[in-house]
Design a protein around this ligand. Structure first.
Ligand code: NAD
Length: 250
C-alpha cells in the first residue's frame, strides 16, 4: 500500500483522469477526498468505491476553497487536476474564453494551494501535483491558444511553489499528458466533427494520428504517475515536469 496513512485531496475527480486517480489512490490505501462540481458523478464514484469521501467544490470560488480547507485540516497530497480546454487560435479566443481558461486552470491552483498550505506544511511530508499538459510551454499545439497559455502558467506555479517550500517538507511537481481518453475529449471530438462537418471517427483518427505511438493515453496510465508523485517513492523529486504523452513532445 504505497499511500497508506496519506490523506489525498483531488479536484475534478468526477470523471476522466481525476476519477481514475481517486480510485488508484484508494487502492493504494489513501484516505481520498474527491471533489468536483458534478455531484451526481461523484455519487457514482462513491457507489463504486465506498471508502472515497466526496465533496462538492467549485475551485474557482476562493471562499469555497477556504471553507474546504477549514474543514479538512489534515492533508498530505493535493492533486490539482481541474482543467478546461478552450479550442481555437488567438483569433478565435474571445475574452470569455480567455478569462474562463485562467479562472478554471490557473486561479483554481492559486486558491487550492494557498488554502491548503497550512495543512500541507503541518504534514511535513506533503506532495502537490499540478495538472499541466504537453500543450503548454513544452509543445506548440495548433488551436490551443488560451489552453496552452494557462498550462504554461501551471508549470510556473509548480516551479515557484517547489522553490519556496523545498526545505519545509512540501514537494510540488507537474504532470504533462498528451491526448488522453476522457469524457471531455469525446465532447471536443464531437464538437469539432460538428463544426467541420466531418465524422466523429475521422476526427478521432486525427487525434490518434498526431500521437507517434499510434494511440491515445488512458486515464489509468496518468493515475499511475500521480500515485508515484503522491508517494514517498518520489521523495527526491520536486519542481519537475513529468511528460506522459506517448512521445508526442519528443
Ligand atoms: P474532463 O475534462 O473530462 O473532466 C473535467 C472535470 O472537471 C469534470 O468532472 C468537471 O465537472 C470538473 N470541473 C469543471 N469545472 C470545475 C470547477 N470550477 N470546479 C471543480 N471541478 C470542475 O477530465 P480530463 O480530460 O481527464 O482532464 C483532467 C485534467 O487533465 C485537466 O486539467 C486537463 O486539462 C488535463 N489534460 C487532459 C488531457 C486529455 O487529453 N484528456 C490532456 C492533457 C491534460
Amino acid at each position: 500500500m504505497r499511500l497508506a496513512n496519506k490523506t489525498c485531496v483531488i479536484t475534478a475527480a468526477a470523471q476522466g483522469i481525476g476519477r481514475a486517480t481517486a480510485l488508484a489512490f484508494a487502492r493504494q490505501g489513501a484516505t481520498v477526498i474527491a471533489t468536483d462540481i458534478d455531484f451526481a458523478q461523484l455519487e457514482q464514484l462513491k457507489a463504486e468505491c465506498e471508502q472515497i469521501q466526496i465533496e462538492f467544490l467549485d475551485v474557482t470560488d476562493k471562499q469555497k476553497t477556504q471553507d474546504f480547507a477549514n474543514k479538512y485540516k489534515d492533508v498530505d497530497v493535493l492533486f490539482n487536476c481541474v482543467g478546461w480546454v478552450a479550442a481555437g487560435s488567438i483569433y478565435e479566443c474571445d475574452e470569455n474564453d480567455w478569462e474562463k481558461s485562467f479562472k478554471i486552470n490557473v486561479d483554481s491552483m492559486y486558491y487550492m494551494i494557498q488554502s491548503l498550505l497550512p495543512a500541507l506544511l503541518k504534514s511535513g511530508n506533503a506532495s502537490i501535483i499540478n495538472m499541466s499538459s504537453a500543450a503548454s510551454s513544452i509543445k506548440g499545439v495548433a488551436n490551443r491558444f488560451a489552453y496552452s497559455a494557462t498550462k504554461a502558467a501551471v508549470l510556473g506555479i509548480t516551479k515557484a511553489i517547489a522553490a519556496d517550500y523545498i526545505t519545509q517538507g512540501v514537494r510540488c511537481n507537474a504532470i504533462c499528458p498528451g491526448t488522453v481518453d476522457s469524457p471531455s475529449l469525446h465532447q471536443r471530438i464531437a464538437a469539432q466533427a460538428e463544426q467541420e462537418k466531418r465524422s466523429v471517427s475521422d476526427i478521432y483518427q486525427q487525434f490518434v494520428a498526431r500521437q507517434p505511438m499510434g494511440r491515445i493515453g488512458k486515464a489509468e496510465e496518468i493515475a499511475a504517475l500521480a500515485v508515484y508523485l503522491a508517494s514517498d517513492e518520489s521523495g527526491f523529486s520536486t519542481g519537475t515536469f513529468n511528460m506522459i504523452d506517448g512521445g508526442w513532445s519528443n
